[in-house]
Design a protein around this ligand. Structure first.
Ligand SMILES: [Zn+2]
Length: 78
């Protein structure tokens, strides 16, 4: 798995929507990739801020904007 694929899956990872094999692949990538670990913590932090620590999904448009921003950030650092 590369960084772009990993970033794409981070939302599903946080929501626990990945199947076991994909989750394992992503976790393996995260272990070796500081960049994606930072992105993951940023998303988690953003989700917590948006949801006030309640286990509620982000609205789809908010999620979309967040991911577009993260993809741009990722693309600019690769
Ligand atoms: Zn990565």
């Amino acid at each position: 798995m590369n960084c772009q694929a990993a970033t794409r899956e981070l939302s599903n990872y946080i929501d626990n929507e990945l199947d076991a094999s994909l989750r394992a692949e992503l976790e393996e990538h995260l272990h070796g990739c500081t960049h994606c670990t930072v992105v993951l913590s940023q998303i988690k932090h953003t989700v917590e801020v948006f949801c006030d620590a309640e286990p509620v999904a982000l609205p789809p448009d908010t999620r979309q904007r967040l991911y577009e921003a993260l993809q741009k950030k990722l693309n600019s650092t690769l």
